[in-house]
Design a binder for this molecule. Structure first.
Ligand SMILES: NC(=O)c1ccc[n+]([C@@H]2O[C@H](COP(=O)([O-])OP(=O)(O)OC[C@H]3O[C@@H](n4cnc5c(N)ncnc54)[C@H](O)[C@@H]3O)[C@@H](O)[C@H]2O)c1
Length: 331
């Protein structure tokens, strides 16, 4: 079956964290695919303006609420076919600084959403896991079955999500699919705040003519994944025929690795097309950050074979599109 024929359409879909980077992109795409979309968010790390274009849409409903409150989850999930659970506190450094809040949102909040989704008998519970669950596993590329010792409270929270999803699938028959995202980037990803992701952080600095900080020597590498690949796999994960057990997890990436030094060069070249002075900016180097994984490369074979996932955008193409967006957004 081709990817084009496996889109979520004509359904009612709950996107938790729907005001965030990935969530808002999902809401927008799902509306374009003729779905009713319910967005549950408390705007902890996003702004209501992210939803400005969607709020006028007759098939869009915002439930302003907190996944730490079971009643908010129950309210949002009522009558829903699919849940795409993306509400969480991201960032490894944030979780090291405040593990309790990360745990309350990412673990207790997740459990609330699972319980609400199981009671509402949704068709599928797709949720955002993370490449952080690979921890210090030395093998490369990362294959779903082999994980190492976890390196941060954030990684613990995502690993715990996978454990709970498995238990709810077995105990309550809730069909769950976990998506282990590898460094997603693209339009709408915010460069603001101390926990901003590396690409928007570099972009903001470069456009301001400032030297972005690379933590460590810059040889650490990531499997950067353009947002459209994430939108595709959410569609596939929600609609795929699942074989037992129904608590599968999949790597979501491109299957290529880019060092931070190389990333810096790519971004500088792309942005210099818009603002020539950017070509002169050099990076500065800071101390390596605890909890960071040094080398991250995904094996995406499982998602390809079982979900039909073939990335639509490789890194360079995605970066070019993302830079176009950042430039137009005047960051
Ligand atoms: N962006 C990545 O590279 C990446 C990588 C791996 C995993 N993930 C996961 O994907 C998901 C989405 O990430 P993102 O990059 O879009 O982050 P984001 O911070 O932009 O979005 C998260 C959203 O969740 C909301 N939220 C936070 N706490 C909440 C609560 N208690 N109740 C309701 N809503 C709450 C935030 O307000 C925000 O809108 C997260 O689960 C994240 O851990 C992202």
């Amino acid at each position: 079956m081709s990817n084009q024929t496996r889109l979520i359409s004509g359904a009612r879909v709950l996107v938790t964290g729907g005001a965030g980077f990935i969530g808002a992109n999902l809401c927008e795409r799902l509306l374009a695919q003729d779905n009713e979309v319910v967005c549950l968010d408390n705007f902890a790390t996003s702004r209501p303006e992210n939803l400005a274009e969607m709020r006028a849409h007759p098939w869009f409903t915002l439930v302003e609420g907190d996944i730490r409150h079971l009643a908010d989850c129950q309210r949002a999930v009522a009558g829903v076919d699919y849940v795409l659970h993306h509400a969480a506190l991201g960032s490894v450094p944030r979780s090291i600084k405040d593990p309790h809040t990360t745990n309350e949102v990412n673990v207790s909040g997740f459990l609330n959403m699972l319980a609400a989704a199981a009671a509402a008998k949704v068709k599928r519970f797709v949720y955002a896991s993370s490449s952080s669950v690979y921890g210090d596993y030395p093998g490369s590329p990362k294959v779903e079955a082999h994980t190492g010792r976890l390196l941060s409270p954030y990684a613990v929270s995502k690993w715990t999500n996978e454990l709970y999803a498995g238990v709810f699938a077995r105990l309550h028959g809730l069909p769950c699919v976990g998506l282990r995202y590898f460094n997603v980037f693209g339009r709408r990803q915010s460069p603001e705040g101390e926990y901003a992701a590396v690409i928007p952080r570099f972009v903001k600095a470069l456009l301001a003519g400032q030297a972005p900080i690379i933590y460590g020597d810059g040889t650490q590498a990531r499997d950067f994944t353009y947002i459209d690949n994430v939108l595709l796999i959410n569609n596939l994960a929600a609609t795929a025929t699942l074989s037992a057990p129904t608590d599968q997890v999949y790597n979501v990436a491109c299957g290529t690795s880019t060092s931070l030094n190389a990333l810096f060069g790519l971004l500088r070249d792309l942005l210099a097309r818009y603002q020539p002075a950017v070509a002169q900016v050099q990076p500065q180097y800071g101390p390596a950050r605890p909890g960071d994984i040094l080398f991250s490369l995904a094996d995406i074979g499982s998602a390809q074979r079982q979900l039909g996932y073939v990335p639509t955008h490789q890194v360079a193409e995605g970066l070019a599109l993302a830079m176009e967006w950042y430039w137009a957004a005047h960051y």
